[in-house]
Design a binder for this molecule. Structure first.
Ligand code: 3PY
Ligand code: MG
Length: 248
């Protein structure tokens, strides 16, 4: 997965807000390459997160997590419980990006702690896991504020950042127009980030929270390769509303 991201291949995923392993099974079975569990804006516990990872593993889906913040211990626990990719919210500067990479990597590249954990089969695969983890763990920084857009070149120059993920809602909020994700200011900021990703040869991603034929095609043709399409709550809501609509 990390190699595909580096090579600019498209990797399409989705998003879980319900904290439900059932939702993970349904989305994994639908064929998404990766799924991120949202720990920033939900009630999901570490235990639920780990059960969701167990569900994804059954399908060979790449387990990712959006951390609640750029925090060494929190990120360590996700990796130890089985996350293979970390999406770090609110990265605003090169220093933030360096901290995110350090949290995800074992020394000497980073500050991750060693232990017998679920990710290495409780110690049974300790040596093999430690050998591979730094190379295989994906670090994605979220660009979702005006200052992050202004600092994008420095952020993308940080060794170990595999790509960016634009949060359109926070980005719109940061420009004082919350929710207006199609506003010219937000679109221009996204273009700036996309162009920087191309210059630095890093994967450009964004969350298309409410996917449509048009906005997905637009993102793909613009060159975004790391797309999160929808999320469990949105799929449930859209499906429920359209079923009710059929009765009218
Ligand atoms: C945002 O739009 O701010 C997000 O974080 C989406 O995941
Ligand atoms: Mg956000």
């Amino acid at each position: 997965m990390r190699r595909d991201l580096k090579n600019g291949l498209p990797v399409y995923g989705s998003w879980i807000q319900t904290g439900s392993a059932v939702a993970a099974e349904v989305l994994a079975n639908a064929g998404f390459r990766w799924i991120a569990v949202d720990m920033e804006h939900t009630e999901t516990s570490l235990e639920s997160f780990t059960n969701i990872v167990r569900a994804m593993e059954r399908y060979g889906t790449f387990p990712m997590v959006r951390a609640s913040e750029n925090n060494v211990i929190e990120i360590r626990r996700y990796l130890d419980c089985g996350a293979k990719g970390i999406i770090v919210p609110m990265v605003r500067s090169a220093q933030d990006a360096q901290n995110a990479v350090a949290a995800c990597k074992y020394p000497p590249e980073g500050v991750r702690g060693f232990a017998f954990v679920r990710a290495n089969d409780w110690g049974e695969r300790f040596d093999d896991y430690v050998k591979r983890a730094n190379d295989e763990t994906i670090v994605i920084v979220m660009i979702e504020t005006k200052d992050a857009v202004e600092n994008i070149d420095e952020i993308l120059s940080v060794e170990g950042v595999d790509g960016v993920f634009i949060g359109p809602y926070d980005l719109s909020g940061s420009y004082g127009i919350p929710g207006q994700t199609a506003h010219k200011q937000v679109k221009d900021a996204m273009q700036t980030v996309l162009a920087a990703c191309k210059r630095h040869n890093k994967a450009a991603g964004q969350h298309i929270v409410t996917p449509t034929t048009e906005n997905v095609a637009e993102a793909i043709s613009a060159g975004f390769t790391f797309l999160a399409l929808g999320m469990d709550t949105v799929f449930l809501s859209e499906g429920a509303k359209s079923a009710l609509y059929m009765t009218e």
